[in-house]
Design a protein around this ligand. Structure first.
Ligand code: NIG
Ligand code: FE
Length: 387
């Protein structure tokens, strides 16, 4: 996702009422300015002493934050599952079984149809303040269809994730499918991806158990990919500890955690990425963010935008949920949605406003980042074009 174009002109964003930098040495600046050149931040400081630039953007007292880093999304798909959502709101549980219908619709779509759908989703994200997004495959589940999803994702983001191990396709032998994912599918997809992921959920008829997940992740790591994991979404299980053991950058969902999971996360390097729009859309209990922060675990917030468990591309909605339902302060939530997402993607050039970082900014039609949670459902955030 190109949040900032490599423009030939320098741009100064001035009269920023509140600048949330996420730079620990700087914190929050008032009456600030940021200068960008060729897509990079070259100056941060008081508005009154900002250097001249080719173009001026008047923030008029608004708040500016690092653009959101949505570190977990499934954006290459066709069709929707509104009927499944309605059934869930009437009491049906979510078990991942509906993924198969998205696989059918996605396989049937042409490259151009998928490309158009993806472009629309990227525009939707940017219009809500997101400037970096990770995109997974996982609705193809054949060698050709997974590779196609990654090729399309790679046209719009550097953060591409091979999720051939999303579910076992209906009618396919489980063992044969794991062999396909770790063999020919990985061979075709590894050159197109930065990450490998698996839906680790033992006890699910559709997803993968601890040993299968280990095979998938180990094979991906062996091909040079870095690991991330869908873990502990539907119940407790080995996902979190496996992610920490294998040095995954992030384990995502973390809805059902044993004490040993929290300890492993606190002792390890793996970020816990929380996806509360999933709990909203599946009527599930929210993950206990306070318990994680109090234990010293680093967290991120992401949308998990997908047509099944969370059809929302809105980081502001996720922030509002995290504050209202999960015990985060507004500042903690915004940090988790920016710097936290960057850490979950092992990036130090996004999620922060400092010299040398990408000029990926979001502006709020509000005087403070607190309004992101305080004004739920109001479209106050948008990515700032500094090209
Ligand atoms: O992160 N948990 C597995 N995968 C997605 C849901 C995908 C779908 O339901 O289509 C998730 O929630
Ligand atoms: Fe997901």
């Amino acid at each position: 996702m190109s949040g900032a174009m490599s423009g030939a002109v320098s741009v100064v964003v001035h009269d920023i009422g509140e600048l949330l930098t996420n730079d620990p040495d700087v914190g929050i600046l008032r009456d600030a300015a940021v200068v960008a050149d060729a897509g990079r931040i070259v100056w941060v400081g008081p508005s009154a002493s900002a250097p001249a630039a080719d173009r001026r953007i008047d923030a008029a007292g608004r708040a500016v934050i690092p653009g959101f880093v949505d570190s977990h999304a499934h954006l290459v798909f066709a069709g929707d599952r509104a009927a499944e959502f309605s059934a869930r709101m009437a009491g049906q549980p979510y078990d991942g079984g509906g993924i198969a219908s998205t696989v059918t619709a996605t396989r049937a779509a042409s490259d151009d149809e998928l490309r158009g759908l993806l472009a629309g989703r990227i525009a939707e994200l940017r219009s809500q303040g997101t400037t970096t997004v990770e995109i997974k495959s996982g609705y193809g589940l054949t060698v050709a269809d997974e590779a196609r999803a990654l090729r399309l994702a790679g046209e719009v983001t550097e953060e591409t994730t091979f999720l051939g191990a999303h579910v076992v396709p209906p009618g396919v032998d489980r063992r044969a499918y794991v062999d396909l994912v770790t063999g020919p599918m990985l061979d075709a997809c590894a050159p197109l991806a930065r990450w490998v992921d698996v839906f680790c959920e033992p006890g699910s008829a559709h997803a993968f158990d601890g040993e299968e997940s280990r095979e998938v992740l180990t094979a991906g790591i062996g091909k040079g990919l870095m690991a991330r994991v869908h873990g502990n979404q539907l119940g407790q299980g080995p996902g979190v500890r496996l992610a920490v053991e294998l040095g995954a950058a992030s384990v995502d969902h973390c809805t059902h955690l044993a004490d040993a999971d929290v300890t492993a996360l606190a002792d390890g390097e793996t970020i816990a990425t929380l996806l509360p729009a999933v709990e909203f859309s599946t009527r599930s209990p929210y993950p206990d963010a306070r318990r994680l922060l109090d234990a010293g675990v680093d967290i991120a917030l992401a949308t998990d935008c997908n047509p099944g468990s969370s059809y929302s591309s809105s980081m502001p909605f996720v922030i509002a949920l995290a504050v209202r339902e999960m015990g985060l302060t507004p500042t903690e939530a915004v940090r988790a949605a920016t710097a936290g997402g960057a850490r979950a993607l092992r990036r130090d050039d996004v999620g922060v406003v400092r010299v040398g970082a990408r000029a990926d900014l979001a502006v709020l039609d509000a005087p403070s980042h607190v309004h992101l949670a305080y004004r739920p459902g109001v479209p106050i955030a948008r990515a700032l074009d500094v090209s």
